[in-house]
Write a protein that binds this ligand. Structure first.
Ligand code: ADP
Ligand code: 5GP
Length: 189
């Protein structure tokens, strides 16, 4: 029989490096699987349905809420995003480490719902200027979206203090190594 799995939620301001870090963890160890969230936002050209997100309509999302299918959900930048309970349960049952790339409030809700199974990691930027540089360099956001995302940073940093761990994502290799140590129990809360 498999050991019980774990939930690893990695949050932090937009552009901090969550996606990059999740990919590195996923590529290096097959215990890690990605929690594919549901969203009502429009698919970006580089994204695939069922891989990056389940892209669904607002009506479908409302139905999922009504049917109790979501472990948590939030309205982010005017779109709905939510974590499927089925993804959480499957990972826990099969000894997997479910990577959740979700925003801070959703992460804290997951921790409250699955306290024994969840590790929360908040990523901090080395500096405000570097965070801005990374978000702009990704080239996915228009001017308006950049402003909205920047405005959220202060609130996110405040809520980040409630996380189990805070890790500054300066050197990428070091950050990934630190997160692996946290998961393997080599670093304590
Ligand atoms: P998020 O998913 O948190 O919004 P991304 O993973 O898309 O952020 O990263 C934003 C940009 O920052 C990408 O261009 C990525 O390559 C870069 N990046 C991520 N981590 C680092 C790091 N430690 N040092 C330098 N650049 C980084
Ligand atoms: P993006 O549109 O850039 O993919 O994501 C916008 C924000 O929504 C990010 O902060 C991302 O982490 C968050 N997000 C993605 N999926 C979920 C989810 O299932 N639940 C919550 N609460 N936030 C999510």
């Amino acid at each position: 029989m498999n050991d019980r799995g774990q939930l690893l939620a990695i949050a932090g301001p937009s552009g901090i490096g969550k996606t990059t870090i999740c990919h590195q963890l996923l590529d290096s160890d097959d215990r890690y699987i990605f929690s594919v969230s549901c969203t009502t936002r429009t698919r970006r050209p580089n994204e695939a349905d069922g891989v990056d997100y389940h892209f669904i309509t607002r009506e479908e999302f409302q139905q999922f809420i009504h049917d109790g299918k979501l472990a948590e959900w939030q309205d982010v930048f005017g779109n709905f995003y939510g974590t499927l309970k089925s993804a959480v349960q499957e990972a826990l049952d099969h000894g997997k480490i479910l990577l959740l790339d979700i925003e801070v409030k959703g992460t804290l809700n997951i921790k409250a719902m699955y306290p024994e199974d969840t590790i929360t990691v908040f990523l901090l930027p080395p500096s405000d200027a570097e965070l801005k540089r990374r978000l702009e360099s990704r080239g996915t956001e228009c001017e308006k979206s950049l402003k909205i995302r920047s405005a959220r940073v202060e609130e996110e940093l405040a809520l980040g203090k409630k996380f189990d761990y805070q890790v500054t994502n300066d050197d990428l290799v070091e950050t990934v190594s630190t997160i692996r140590k946290i998961v393997n129990g080599e670093k304590n809360i």
